[in-house]
Design a protein around this ligand. Structure first.
Ligand SMILES: CC(C)(COP(=O)(O)OP(=O)(O)OC[C@H]1O[C@@H](n2cnc3c(N)ncnc32)[C@H](O)[C@@H]1OP(=O)(O)O)[C@@H](O)C(=O)NCCC(=O)NCCS
Length: 136
């Protein structure tokens, strides 16, 4: 059996259609429409990490920032067919390292209860009290 290596890249180019499809597959949702990822990332993100196997995009995570101490981790996704192989952990680890190297002091994330083990025990986030207002 051929083992295909996973390659990780910080701030690499993304194909908008491919990343939109990856999100739909990971969240098992469709119909949310095309997302102009490249434009959004360049404008709003401080860094992002992609994972590829061969030419295929299999994972992604995004980090936005306030220009100072705070950054927020968003959009962690791994293609369902390759989940539970360590790709999500590797993506978040690289995002943490990159946010630190950019001078951020706090990396925030929020998540559904099902992802608590992944973010807390595996990736090292400490649970905090946090709040959210749905604006629309
Ligand atoms: C959450 C997600 C990114 C994890 O990616 P992944 O590549 O499968 O994660 P890893 O293989 O690095 O997982 C490492 C460990 O985290 C935990 N973990 C990961 N996914 C889990 C899940 N769905 N349920 C429970 N524990 C999970 C396990 O302890 C796992 O170790 P194990 O496989 O030896 O049991 C992926 O499941 C995903 O894309 N989910 C859909 C999108 C989503 O919900 N993203 C989070 C948005 S906040």
């Amino acid at each position: 059996m051929t083992v295909v290596e996973t390659t990780y890249r910080v701030d690499g180019p993304v194909d908008d259609e491919e990343l939109t499809t990856l999100h739909e597959r990971a969240f098992r949702a469709s119909g949310h429409g095309f997302v102009p990822w490249s434009k959004r990332l360049k404008r709003h993100s401080i860094c992002w990490v992609t994972a590829h196997r061969g030419d295929q995009l299999v994972g992604f995570v995004n980090v936005i920032g306030d220009g100072g101490a705070h950054a927020v981790l968003l959009d962690t996704v791994v293609l369902p067919s390759v989940q539970r192989q360590g790709i999500g952990t590797a993506l978040v680890t690289r995002a943490v390292d990159e946010a630190r190297s950019l001078g951020c002091q706090y990396l925030h994330v929020d998540y559904e209860p099902e992802a608590a083990d992944f973010y807390e025990r595996v990736c090292g986030f400490q649970p905090t009290a946090a709040g959210l207002i749905r604006l629309g």
